[in-house]
Design a protein around this ligand. Structure first.
Ligand SMILES: CC(C)(COP(=O)(O)OP(=O)(O)OC[C@H]1O[C@@H](n2cnc3c(N)ncnc32)[C@H](O)[C@@H]1OP(=O)(O)O)[C@@H](O)C(=O)NCCC(=O)NCCS
Length: 237
């Protein structure tokens, strides 16, 4: 009985510890916070460091050991799902990032997904599909609805004669102040340089060569050079 009450008290204190560190305000937010984060964690030494300033809904499912999920100070999360199956993985949502309807999937070991500071995601799926692959999204990026970014294809394709794997996974690197428009898909091994815009519906299969350019189509090709974009309609920063 003593054990059970100790477990309950520990759970309650865990719920509120990070809340206090996150400089949240509002009694209602404080009271409802435990119900906004759902955890289903099977394994050892898994850590959730939650210093987000706002969480509408966060579901974390982990199966494995030594995984870290971190939402840094002033991050804001609305309807975010984290699903990790493997060991030694890391997801970091950096300071002031604002994520709505974002899902993170890791299947494998020693992967990382990093979302940069002040980056805005309106709806995205991030998949680290194989061991030792990483996704990094730079600072001040903007992702529209239904963006998909993945480091692998989730199934192998092989040469029938040599049996060699033809579609190995690889890192995805997205620079700072990149705008990925509605329904963009970024596939394994792609680097997108700083300041680029990728137009709606594009599928990026290879690294884009020029920074501050507009790309679009399947596969994505350069449409314009030397552009800058702004968060509003007047001027760019
Ligand atoms: C990327 C984007 C902003 C570019 O707009 P733009 O600079 O005005 O481009 P234009 O319409 O003048 O088109 C320039 C050329 O690129 C082509 N093009 C434009 N968008 C394209 C796309 N998504 N895919 C393929 N080609 C595209 C045009 O056909 C045109 O080709 P042409 O010169 O051979 O005629 C726009 O295409 C886009 O994606 N808009 C949606 C933004 C969005 O999703 N917003 C949601 C909120 S984040």
């Amino acid at each position: 009985m003593a054990d059970a009450s100790h477990t309950v008290l520990k759970w309650i204190s865990d719920q509120y510890r990070w809340h206090l560190a996150g400089r949240c305000s509002g009694v209602w937010y404080f009271v409802t916070k435990p119900f906004r984060i759902k955890r289903r964690i099977l394994g050892k030494r898994n850590v959730i460091l939650n210093q987000a300033s706002k969480i509408a809904r966060l579901a974390v499912r982990i199966r494995g050991d030594d995984n870290v999920v971190e939402a840094a100070a002033q991050a804001r999360l609305g309807r975010v799902v984290v699903d990790v199956r493997g060991n030694g993985n890391r997801i970091l949502i950096d300071g002031e990032a604002f994520l709505e309807r974002a899902s993170f999937y890791i299947v494998g070991d020693h992967c990382s997904i990093v979302i940069g500071r002040r980056t805005y995601v309106a709806g995205g799926v991030f998949v680290a599909a194989e061991s030792n692959t990483n996704i990094s999204l730079g600072d001040s990026c903007m992702l529209a609805n239904d963006v998909v970014i993945r480091t692998g294809d989730s199934h192998g394709i092989f040469d029938r004669t040599s049996r060699a794997r033809l579609n190995p996974g690889a890192d995805v690197r997205i620079g700072t102040k990149v705008w990925l428009a509605h329904r963009v898909t970024v596939l394994k091994g792609v680097t997108i340089p700083d300041g680029c815009i990728v137009g709606t519906g594009a599928i990026v299969t290879k690294t884009l060569d020029a920074p501050h350019a507009v790309y679009g189509g399947h596969p994505a090709r350069k449409l314009r050079d030397n552009v800058a974009w702004g968060w509003g309609l007047e001027g760019c920063d």
